[in-house]
Design a protein around this ligand. Sequence first.
Ligand code: UGA
Length: 443
Amino acid sequence: MDVTIFGSGYVGLVTGVCLAEVGNRVLCIDVDPAKIALLNSGGVPIYEPGLDELIKQNREAGRLTFSTDAEEGVRHGLFQFIAVGTPPDEDGSADLQYVLAVARSIGEHMDAYRILVNKSTVPVGTADKVAAAVRDAQAARGAAVEFDVVSNPEFLKEGAAIEDFMRPDRIIVGTDNPRTGELLRALYAPFNRSHDRVMLMDVRSAELTKYAANAMLATKISFMNELSNIAEAVGADIEKVRVGIGSDPRIGYQFIYPGCGYGGSCFPKDVRALERTARSLGYDPQLLHAVEAVNFRQKDLLFKKIHAHFNGDLQGRTIAVWGLSFKPNTDDMREASSRVLMESLWEAGAKVQAFDPVSMPETQRIYGERADLALVEDAVSALEGADALAVLTEWAQFRSPDFRKIKDTLKAGVIFDGRNILDGHLATATGLTYISIGRLPMT
Ligand code: UGA
């Protein structure tokens, strides 16, 4: 089948390459000429495991092409995927200008039936706005060609996006036209393992499903973070509590890891946008508000612990930071807890000496050259001359470090484990002070 994808960002590229991989002819359109030039010369603008190899194979096979020409895109695909950004407005609601610009451009150029498939995370009711934008653009040129708008939210996790797309738990298709639903079912047929994963529903329910999933996961994390603070207060170990409650299949072990807060481009933005939608309709979403507030406080927790350990005097100290991205296997720094910590440390007069396996260029891009930030080539180098170590991202390579080396190198011999990934007993046995989230002091 012929598929056009508008937006060659994270979601667009993954969707495009996976649909090409199963035999479709996919044309990816982006307004950024530099990005398209890079993709056409074999480069990949984002880091995602397995993506570059898959793009290469499908380009070579002639199934995947890239262009800046929107008109060519509208001509190409029966399916017109919209996978452009919806950055938050100042008030937290999703900014639809890019989504609606694509809709207008489809309306301007379409001369045969098209299915607009919305992959961007957009507020409930956006499909209606997309349809109106297409109709307006058609009316302006005196055309009235038939089309449908489908809500098909994506549930990819950064770092595991290819696998998530190729082996999905569910494929949500929101449409009010049963025939369109069947066409989408056919497009997604190669991704069904053992049973049909396509769930057809009305457009608004599909739009809300996306927010509901992310808000539920964010709620689990904030709940555990709240509990971790209570555990500290009452003298309990949140890691024991986690194992204890996770064994109940109704609760489950996933997404109950306490830590220094959730980040990324999805949870923070989506929780706020859903809260905003509810408020705009006159409903006070108290739980969503608390999920966000708990996370905000949790992101500051590691700084508070460091500040307290050094009796409020961080002037001239150097803190080694392991992990900068908001989670492992991505270079994404959006709403990363590391940023909150580093900015607080700088404000308090401390220096940061950081290492991350992939997101140091991104850190450099965000903060530029500054005297109080050194990005070093490996985890051990980050310790040199530092007073303390803070672990911010649960990269596998940080999990079992050489505690002896850490003890011999750090001036103040203290580790702040923001993800509870280190063996605190081993660290303590080596003579280090080990401070983590929601656990009893180790002896
Ligand atoms: C999230 C969802 O997991 C995906 O299903 C969804 O498709 C995606 O958002 C999206 O809307 O696009 P992602 O943001 O890539 O995916 O990352 P997650 O793996 O969900 O992690 C989010 C944050 O929560 C990270 O900062 C992570 O460290 C934190 N986290 C996760 C915890 O603090 N504790 C946990 O138990 C799990």
